[in-house]
Design a protein around this ligand. Structure first.
Ligand SMILES: Nc1nc2c(ncn2[C@@H]2O[C@H](COP(=O)(O)OP(=O)(O)OP(=O)(O)O)[C@@H](O)[C@H]2O)c(=O)[nH]1
Ligand SMILES: [Mg+2]
Length: 355
């Protein structure tokens, strides 16, 4: 399964690369590859529940979920323009938006207003989408003039999008039916991507957190704002576990940047995790909140989805307390769930299926 991809975007000199470093650096050094001038770093999703299952099973293979972070054109002197990168950004599952809050002025000496900066960046995403919609509508009109058949459903939906985007409303905020959602998927609209905002604060602001106006702006839109002091978090990321814990305590930081950010991204993407366990492998599977047991089976293999019989299910903490799968069965806490069962965060599942 492809790792979740989170693209770090933000105004020029906002600390995107510093945030990328904080998310990807390890005690053994940097951890990224460069493609097309962009940096990509893949990390394992930290999950204490999975770690505990691993300790119980001691399997041959331990497979946490993965997240790939991307830092665009880190060496470029020119600010990154979304228009030039639309294709690339369209691949993201979500954006990490870095807002500079570590100084009163920007790199050109202009006073900084973090909320306004965030707003203007998000507006760029909306305008990029609007251009795309307009180009597509032109094409549809041309096709129609040539007597070709056009999809009325798509036309209607795009016209609605044009109106919404023209009023500065992101695709993310639209109520879409499932069929509409499907129609739009190939467009990869940038303003549809879930967001996590990183307020890149100075060290002196660690106790104060993100600026209040920025938090207020984002809260009104259901977006989480994480206060990071990116250079400091980068140092923390390079420490071994023991030193890291001590450092975090000294600075009053609850969890390393990577942990906080991934958790927030899961919430923004409405992802939960289920686990599979055994002597061979202990593994985490991210899945959409509300997904059915049969859909979950399909994450593992289409054969399991097709031949689905039952999902033997137990919450991870009950399994850990019982100590083994057979004890769960003895104690009657293994549940036999059907296709429609809505998987819960932290479920451990053994799928029974017809091969
Ligand atoms: N004081 C302070 N400086 C920071 C912080 N984060 C980044 N900087 C500085 O801001 C400058 C830009 O940081 P980068 O991480 O390169 O920013 P960027 O957004 O990747 O920049 P471009 O890729 O050039 O757009 C560097 O000089 C950093 O040292 C911070 O939290 N505090
Ligand atoms: Mg950079």
């Amino acid at each position: 399964m492809a790792a979740l991809t989170l693209y770090v975007i933000g105004p020029p000199r906002s600390g995107k690369t510093a945030v990328f470093d904080a998310l990807t650096l390890t005690p053994h050094g940097p951890n990224f590859t460069v493609r097309g001038g962009h940096r990509y770093g893949t990390v394992k999703v930290p999950d204490p529940r999975l770690a505990a299952l691993n300790a119980l099973y001691r399997p041959k293979k331990y497979t946490p979920a993965e997240v790939t972070f991307a830092d665009l054109a880190p060496a470029g002197a020119e600010p990154v323009k979304f228009g030039d990168l639309t294709g690339l950004l369209g691949n993201a599952d979500a954006f990490v938006v870095v807002v500079p809050c570590f100084s009163e002025t920007d790199f050109e000496g202009r006073p900084l207003d973090p909320a306004a900066q965030l707003e203007s960046l998000l507006l760029d995403l909306v305008l990029t989408d609007l251009e795309k919609v307009e180009r597509r509508l032109e094409r549809i009109a041309q096709d129609r003039n040539r007597g070709q058949k056009v999809s009325e459903a798509e036309l209607k939906l795009l016209e609605r999008l044009r109106a919404e985007l023209s009023a500065d409303r992101p695709v993310r905020d639209l109520e879409l039916r499932e069929d509409e959602e499907k129609l739009l998927r190939t467009y990869q609209f940038l303003s549809q991507k879930p967001l996590v905002v990183v307020a890149n604060i100075g060290e002196g602001l660690l106790n104060a957190g993100a600026p209040a106006p920025l938090r207020a702006w984002a809260a009104g839109r259901g977006i989480e704002v994480l206060p990071f002091c990116a250079p400091l978090e980068g140092e923390i990321a390079q420490l071994d576990e023991a030193a890291q814990a001590e450092f975090l305590k000294d600075y009053g930081i609850a969890e390393p940047a990577r942990v906080r950010l991934i958790q927030s991204a899961y919430r923004a993407l409405r992802l939960i995790s289920f686990f599979t366990v055994g002597e061979d492998e202990v593994r985490a599977w991210p899945i959409r909140e509300g997904a059915s047991a049969q859909t979950a089976a399909g994450k593992i293999h289409s054969d399991i989805e097709r031949g689905f019989i039952r999902a033997e299910t137990v919450a991870h903490d009950l399994l850990l307390a019982a100590g083994s799968w057979s004890k769960c069965r003895e104690q009657g806490i293994l549940r036999l769930e059907g296709k429609e069962y809505a998987v819960r965060d932290g479920d451990v599942i053994n799928f029974r299926f017809n091969a």
